[in-house]
Design a protein around this ligand. Structure first.
Ligand SMILES: [Zn+2]
Length: 322
């Protein structure tokens, strides 16, 4: 892990190089760069977690604007008129993709139609495919004609719960940000890649003393699939069946969840943003499980991605250990 002050120093020296480069380029007739000294590019990012990684890459070389506030549910976020204007005026939009930002898909597509560059993080990682409820989906070709052949119906959008999945998209995100800012980001890109690799090790050490087969998870919705696959956990069930907190549970779903909890001898149910409190409490009452809140979709105030993923792993570890 490279400490933040060092990253900041790298960025500052890169910014200095970029300014020097522009100065020597003056008079070459390159209009595209002529405004770069006066106005930084604006990178508009949907989620706080992606915003943290974008900030680590670009530092002060771009204005980074995050639309979804910490603590808000990205599955259930509607953009304001101001947010829609920000998307339209961005130099680059960075979104998670796979319809995580259900309420913003249209505004992002409109901005893209108007010529704004858009980076979907999930287009650049190995996507966990889910065969939900038997899996056939007549809407599978819905996006086939909009140029995004990487949209997966049933693809799990929760890519940020695994640092090594996030690491996969760093090179492509770096390229997109370099294009948007005109600044070389090699140094911060390498540093971020190293940090994500180190974070994988940190998560492993946090979970290390759980007994073999002891990481059995019940969560608010199906949000920890990447984490579970990476760290050898089993998803026993979810309070809401589905990849989004906006899915609806049925009495039958809850009955089979309670059976699964009893069978797997699970004693902790992790709730998340968007988990209906009454339903979670009912599951807890009927199974004797404890409820533990999991900060799985956003950053703590003032926190970064590193703080997010270590906190996530620690809450899971402690929730399963008590
Ligand atoms: Zn979710």
């Amino acid at each position: 892990m490279i400490p933040t002050p060092i990253l900041r120093g790298l960025r500052l020296s890169l910014a200095g190089l970029a300014v020097a480069g522009l100065t020597t380029a003056t008079g070459c007739g390159d209009d595209a760069n002529s405004d770069a000294k006066d106005a930084r590019s604006t990178v508009v990012v949907t989620t706080p977690i992606l915003g943290s990684l974008v900030e680590q890459l670009v530092g002060a070389d771009a204005e980074v604007q995050v639309l979804i506030p910490n603590g808000a549910d990205p599955h259930d976020f509607s953009p304001s008129a101001r947010d829609i204007a920000a998307l339209g005026n961005a130099t680059l939009i960075v979104s998670n993709g796979l319809d995580l930002e259900e309420g913003m898909v249209e505004a992002i597509e409109n901005a893209e139609g108007d010529g704004v560059a858009v980076f979907h993080a999930a287009d650049h990682v190995t996507v966990r495919e889910i065969d939900e409820e038997g899996g056939h989906d007549e809407h599978a070709d819905e996006h086939a004609d909009d140029g995004h052949e990487h949209h997966h119906e049933g693809g799990d959008p929760h890519i940020w719960t695994d640092p090594l999945t996030m690491r996969e998209m760093v090179p492509a995100l770096t390229t997109a940000l370099e294009r948007a800012t005109g600044v070389q980001l090699d140094a911060t890109s390498t540093a971020l890649t190293k940090e994500l690799t180190a974070l994988d090790g940190e998560v492993r050490s946090i979970l290390a003393d759980l007994p073999a087969g002891g990481c059995r998870l019940v969560t608010g919705h199906d949000s920890l699939g990447y984490f579970a696959e990476r760290y050898g956990c089993e998803i026993v069930g979810t309070v809401i069946p589905g990849l989004s907190s906006t899915a609806e549970e049925s009495a039958k779903d809850l009955a089979s969840l309670q059976d699964a909890i009893a069978e797997a001898q699970v004693t902790t149910v992790f709730t998340e943003v968007g988990t209906p409190k009454k339903v979670a409490e009912q599951v807890a009452t009927e199974t004797g499980a404890r409820l533990v809140e999991l900060p799985s979709h956003g950053l703590a105030t003032g926190g970064d991605y590193r703080a997010f993923i270590t906190e996530l792993a620690t809450r899971i570890h402690d929730g399963l250990s008590r």
